[in-house]
Write a protein that binds this ligand. Structure first.
Ligand SMILES: Nc1ncnc2c1ncn2[C@@H]1O[C@H](COP(=O)(O)OP(=O)(O)OP(=O)(O)O)[C@@H](O)[C@H]1O
Ligand SMILES: [Mg+2]
Length: 314
């Protein structure tokens, strides 16, 4: 039995009274996540990731389709499904009247877990919150509030952990601590579903990846397979002026830095020749292996225009 099962999930948000028309945020999404998997759900802003997680967590209803956690339907069998899940929401929501330890005790009580202080202490320690246990939630910085949200999600030791952009606004050190902690829980058998815009993190952690675009699943495969399927190399260089249009179409441009996906040496030579012909000066040329960010951009670009040339043809 899968840890999480999404079957033909669609979600249409009703239009607002102000005149917005109904909006289809999820369109027939189906996939399973096996027990013990570390799964990454990726997609640009507005792709539908949080909508899917809200349905999973029972915070919102699918317009059609079925979602189950360890076989428990998230609507028909809400309490059991919810008990199996620990959800770290994207939005920072918290009760300002309690201190950190109280908030975690209350959350334990919500799931009917008593005498939970040993585990609460371990969570506080692992998430670098030990010295903040008595602090009021209001007194915490944004990154610390996010750590408390992670602790809250884990307080009842759920077998399935869902993290919706848990590292947004979190400093480098905590990101590493957090990932070590989550990776350890995953090794112990917990299933993890993660959304993030840090594709480096997803590449390092997730064994399988799904990519959503405008509510549709446009890629679903093991991370290693996705990396193999992409153009195997990336040509990176700096330019002094704007690229010619034919190249700009396939390039990833950050300021003066240009990155182009390339299969092999021939393609790399063609790119450099095209740049030279356009009269641009090229500096700091480098060739590196394609990473998940390259794959992500290729998948999204291919979806935008299925006939978009992946290689330079002119
Ligand atoms: N309550 C709502 N009412 C109407 N539209 C909504 C509602 N919630 C989300 N949407 C719309 O649904 C689409 C998907 O939103 P969602 O929050 O699921 O995206 P996301 O993939 O989580 O994006 P991000 O990376 O920015 O968090 C967006 O176009 C959003 O505007
Ligand atoms: Mg979101």
């Amino acid at each position: 039995m899968p840890a999480i099962s999404f079957q033909s999930v669609s979600k249409t948000y009703a239009g607002s009274k102000g005149g917005n028309s109904p909006f289809r945020a999820l369109d027939d999404v189906s996939f399973d996540i096996a027990e013990g998997e570390f799964f990454g759900l990726l997609g640009p802003n507005g792709a539908g990731k949080t909508s899917l997680i809200s349905i999973l967590a029972g915070l919102s209803r699918a317009s059609s389709g079925r979602v189950a956690v360890h076989g428990h339907d998230v609507q028909g069998d809400f309490a059991e499904a919810r008990r199996k899940l620990g959800v770290v929401p994207q939005e920072l929501v918290f009760d300002p009247f309690f201190n950190v330890r109280e908030a975690l005790r209350i959350q334990s009580g919500y799931f009917g877990v008593r005498n939970n202080d040993a585990w609460i202490d371990e969570l506080l320690e692992s998430l670098g919150l030990a010295d903040k246990a008595q602090s009021n939630m209001r007194q915490l910085s944004g990154g610390m509030k996010r750590r408390v949200l992670v602790a809250q999600a884990l307080v009842h030791r759920p077998p399935v952990i869902v993290l919706d952009e848990p590292t947004a606004g979190v400093d480098v050190e905590l990101r590493q601590t957090l990932w070590q902690f989550i990776a350890r829980l995953n090794k112990q058998g917990h299933t993890v579903l993660l959304t993030t815009h840090y594709l480096e993190e997803a590449e390092a952690l997730c064994t399988r990846i799904g990519m959503l675009k405008q509510g549709r699943m446009v890629a679903l495969a093991e991370t290693s397979e996705l990396l193999r399927s992409a153009s195997s190399n990336v040509l990176r260089f700096k330019v002094d002026r704007e690229l010619p249009p034919a190249l700009a179409l396939t390039a990833r441009v950050t300021g003066r830095i240009v990155q182009l996906p390339a299969q092999g040496a021939l393609e790399i030579e063609q790119y450099l020749a095209a740049v030279r012909q356009a009269g641009l000066t090229v500096e700091d040329v480098e060739i590196r292996k394609a990473d998940l960010e390259d794959v992500f951009l290729q998948v999204m670009a291919a979806e935008r225009n299925p006939t978009a040339p992946m290689a330079l043809t002119a």
